[in-house]
Ligand binder design. Structure first.
Ligand code: IVH
Length: 689
């Protein structure tokens, strides 16, 4: 039975408290959706009935009225600022180390302090250092009563209401628990939630945040808790402040209690027995950092035994028993020397920033992407600006901000070139796209070189020995101008290559072997991808190969009037992409080249490693309730049989599986003449496999 079904007079105080909190959250969310997003999540009747229930519970439990109670909100004026809360035990900070060698100094100091020999066991718990804001949550008799920021360590801001809106922070602890306990940890925003929030802020023309930490801080420190509630914040717990009872003798045990009480605890935590394990953990987390769903700025090492922790105590504002080992910062400040415009293989012009080289997170960075002209204009990025650059994982460095107060007085806005910097052809812009294009097509040498590099690259024809540098050199010499020249290289320029510096008999022979291997047999999808048709990536190339089976069939079909229809029937190919594919096959210069390539390369038919089933490549829609299996089960069976499962019926649907009480989708299937299957028929067809 859910709380809402319990008659108000039968609620226990704990249930009442939980429900009031839940109601406050739901109604606050509904307010935001109603007032701010223009997208109500509840009907007026639902909203009113929840509000009534909230009032009824409050009438019966006046002591439990929350500060963020929906009944107090009407006409209520936001407070001037936050009240102060004095922590029962001060919230301290951590000392930092930055070098790997500092680990030894840290553990040595501890051993000396505790009078331990190098052989005595000394365990540590290593944790990620979450890049958010610390909180302290006070629980009395297992019930959340107060929440505070760290503030100056002694006193923090009262964020009781705001903290209570964060999903994941338990309002009640699972027994047994100390009568009074301050649980501490970090409030953070996941990278995904941060990007989503910034997108939304941008679309509403509101201020965006520089990073997830700022977004978390800006969202938590809101005087109106309904704004906090509307932002997706997360929490981890990692320590306690005051506790009336200590049910654990090690930090690792404390973490187990935190989990049992209902707190999220980072799954990345590890017990380490010596310096080598601490170091291995630091390196491992450094590598994992970019892939984590939230930002971390280092790791924290904590002495595991509580008696040792107590003996070690604190020096000034940090414990002696723990230390933060920081990662190199992923952001840095530098000067943007020049904005250069690069030409890609499709003619797209990409602006790139040439930077005064700077160390970002341990890597020297001298270029950053600027995406397109709109981005430059929006961020008002100019040459000679001082900029903040950021590197996130293996992503190309980006400019996050311009320090405008450092801008030279004679600075001018950047003007996007009107001519291709390579071939001087006119630059065009598709009104639907942000990118500018060089219209030089076949005469633009940069496009030609980039196309060649793509043609032989690893995911395309994969010709080892023809790397980017060699392609540039051979293009320069005029040996390889178009893709077909690759296959005449030996015949026409073999002698010359042997006499070229840097090439020996062995490397030349290896190159001939690699080219011959491609000529002997190349997978159809790789070949299609290698052609560099605009918008056709590896997965589309695979779809085309799968659908048409052979290259001659594909090119024949692309010359017919039905080409557009044929392509858009394929799930994953839309009209714009289809138009590019058709254009490619109908361009006379391409036709000639394709014919020559087909004469030189033995194209292997597309190999599918799946067993063919009646559902292979088909789109299936389920509707109505199924009798013998759940929707999830049915869906995974269909996927396993090679089908695509869609939620709505369209002309692209092949089968609609009808359960009981199938509604509008069944009707639509009938209208479109799509084959429908009963649950039994669906199962029978699967049995055949
Ligand atoms: S323990 C007395 N553990 O880092 C020790 N702190 O730079 C209290 N932080 O104020 C902190 N992740 O906001 C601890 N796993 C972790 C942490 C962590 C992030 C933050 C915390 C602290 C700051 C110190």
């Amino acid at each position: 039975m859910s709380l809402r079904e319990i008659p108000v007079q039968d609620l226990t105080p704990l249930e009442a408290q939980a429900e009031l909190k839940e109601l406050a959250r739901t109604l606050a969310q509904a307010d935001v959706e109603y007032y701010q997003n223009d997208a109500p999540s509840l009907t007026d009747a639902q909203y009113d009935s929840l509000k009534k229930r909230n009032e009824a519970i409050e009438a019966l439990f006046p002591d439990l009225v929350l500060p963020e109670s929906p009944s107090l909100k009407v006409g209520a004026k936001a407070a001037e600022g936050f009240d102060k809360i004095t922590h029962l035990i001060p919230m301290l900070s951590l000392s930092n180390i930055f070098e790997e060698a500092d680990i030894l100094e840290f553990t040595d100091r501890i051993r000396r302090f505790l009078n331990l020999t190098a052989e005595d066991p000394l365990d540590f718990v290593a944790e990620p250092k979450i890049d958010g804001l610390s909180y302290s949550a006070l629980y009395e008799n297992g019930v959340y009563v107060k929440g505070a920021t760290r503030g100056d360590g002694a006193q923090g801001e009262d964020i009781t209401a705001n903290l209570s809106t964060i999903r994941g922070l338990p309002m009640k602890l699972q027994a047994p628990f100390p009568e009074k306990i301050e649980i501490r940890g970090e409030v953070y925003m996941t990278k995904a939630d941060f990007f989503a929030l910034n997108n939304e802020q941008e679309s509403l023309n509101k201020k965006t945040f520089a990073n997830p930490r700022n977004a978390a801080a800006g969202s938590l420190r809101q005087l109106d808790p309904s704004i906090t509630a509307s932002r997706k914040l997360s929490v981890f717990a990692y320590t306690v402040g005051f506790t009336s009872e200590e049910l654990w003798t090690t930090h690792a045990e404390l973490l187990e209690h935190l989990k049992r009480w209902g707190f999220p605890v980072s799954p990345e935590i590890q017990l380490c027995h010596n310096d080598d394990e601490l170091l291995a953990y630091y390196r491992q987390m450094g590598e994992k950092r970019a892939a984590l769903s939230y930002d971390i700025d280092g790791v924290v090492y904590k002495i595991n035994r509580m008696d040792y922790q107590r003996r070690l105590g604190f020096i000034s504002r940090a414990p002696r028993w723990a230390i933060a080992h920081k990662f190199p910062p992923m952001q840095a400040q530098t000067i943007l020397k020049k904005i250069r415009v690069q030409v890609g293989r499709t003619g797209a012009l990409t602006p790139v920033a040439d930077l005064e080289p700077v160390n970002v997170g341990g890597v020297m960075v001298s270029h950053a992407t600027l995406h397109n002209a709109d981005e430059i204009e929006r961020k008002d990025i100019r040459e000679a600006d001082t900029v903040i650059i950021q590197r996130a994982g293996d992503v190309i460095p980006q400019i996050v901000a311009v320090l405008k107060d450092k801008r030279p007085s004679n600075s001018q806005p950047f003007e996007f070139p009107k001519q291709c910097p390579i071939c001087h052809s006119h630059v065009a812009r598709d009104p639907d796209e942000a990118a500018h294009y060089c219209t030089g097509g076949l005469i633009c040498s940069k496009q030609a070189v980039e196309r060649l590099k793509h043609f032989v690259s690893r995911d395309a024809l994969d010709i080892e020995g023809l790397g980017k540098k060699n392609i540039e050199a051979f293009f320069e010499k005029g040996w390889i101008k178009t893709p077909i020249d690759v296959f005449y290289l030996k015949e026409r320029h073999g002698e010359a290559l042997l006499n070229t510096e840097g090439w020996g008999e062995k490397s030349v022979q290896n190159l001939w072997d690699a080219i011959q291997k491609v000529a002997d047999g190349t997978a159809l999808d790789k070949f299609i991808f290698a052609l560099g048709i605009r918008q056709v990536g590896q997965s589309t190339a695979r779809l085309l190969a799968e659908q048409f089976g052979s290259f001659s069939h594909l090119s024949e079909e692309m010359k017919k009037d039905t080409a557009m229809e044929e392509l858009t029937r394929i799930d994953g190919i839309g009209e714009v992409m289809a138009a590019d594919i058709i254009d490619f096959f109908n361009e006379p210069n391409n036709e000639k080249l394709l014919e020559e390539l087909q004469n030189k390369i033995n194209l292997l038919p597309f190999q599918t490693n799946r067993i063919q089933t009646p559902f292979t490549g088909k789109t299936v829609v389920f509707t109505g309730s199924l009798e013998h299996m759940t929707r999830m089960e049915a869906k995974s069976l269909a996927l396993a049989a090679g089908a695509k499962v869609s939620g709505s019926v369209s002309a692209k649907t092949d089968f609609v599986v009808l359960g009981a009480d199938a509604g509008s989708k069944a009707k639509k299937a009938a209208e479109l003449g799509i084959r429908t299957l009963s649950e039994k028929e669906f199962k029978d067809m699967l049995e055949i496999i």
